[in-house]
Design a protein around this ligand. Structure first.
Ligand SMILES: Cc1cc2nc3c(=O)[nH]c(=O)nc-3n(C[C@H](O)[C@H](O)[C@H](O)COP(=O)(O)O)c2cc1C
Length: 185
């Protein structure tokens, strides 16, 4: 079993990092973590090569996602302006080749069904509806399911750091149990 964790926080010792560490402590199998901030994944520039080839011409760490060899995908991110940070949206924009394969070429790339989970941290202002909107679109592209039922939210980190938020920590452990279990996606 292989789990891909997309880390949307720039902070290595921050709230999202604490919840990711708890997840890794309880997760079975191989874990690959992709940092949206440190990987320098380029945003899509709408070159449109993928309109006919369904492949991206840019070679960078997005190849980790394009490999499509993972069983679970977790997006763990802070909330910025009620959605995920721009670097995470840049990463999501690189799903455009898969979008083209599905909707323009009518030949969806073979993507086995995966489990999806979400970890979000927020200071306490605003809501995460924007994040859910973007996450739903991303998970649809990678054929990953179940994130609405498998979320860990720590949304008052200005006053309660995520590592002291026992409800969020327990939700993370529940996510680990679900991802590690036999229940189908
Ligand atoms: C640019 C920016 C925008 C933010 N926007 C929001 C927001 O809309 N809602 C919210 O609850 N917190 C917001 N926050 C607070 C972060 O989500 C919060 O501090 C989070 O726990 C940081 O996670 P980290 O320590 O893992 O990086 C924002 C922080 C920054 C830097």
């Amino acid at each position: 079993m292989k789990t891909l964790i997309i880390n949307g926080s720039p902070r290595t010792q921050g709230n999202t990092a604490a919840l990711i560490e708890e997840l890794k402590r309880h997760l079975e199998g191989e874990v690959v973590e992709l940092s949206a901030f440190r990987s320098r994944i380029a945003p899509c520039v709408d070159c449109r090569a993928c309109w006919t080839t369904a492949r991206c011409v840019v070679r960078d760490e997005m190849d980790v996602v394009y490999a499509d060899d993972f069983d679970n995908v977790v997006v763990a991110s802070p909330v910025y302006f009620s959605t995920v940070p721009g670097q995470v949206l840049s990463l999501f924009s690189r799903m455009q080749p898969w979008h083209c394969a599905m909707f323009f070429l009518k030949q969806p790339l073979v993507q086995h069904r995966k489990k999806a989970a979400v970890i979000l941290t927020g200071g306490g202002k605003g809501n995460c509806e924007g994040a859910f909107h973007h996450l739903r679109a991303f998970f649809r592209m990678v054929n990953a399911h179940g994130f609405r039922e498998h979320m860990a939210l720590s949304l008052k980190t200005d006053t309660i750091p995520a590592w002291e938020d026992e409800a969020a920590m327990e939700s993370v452990r529940e996510i680990a149990r679900w991802l590690s279990g036999d229940e189908p996606a």
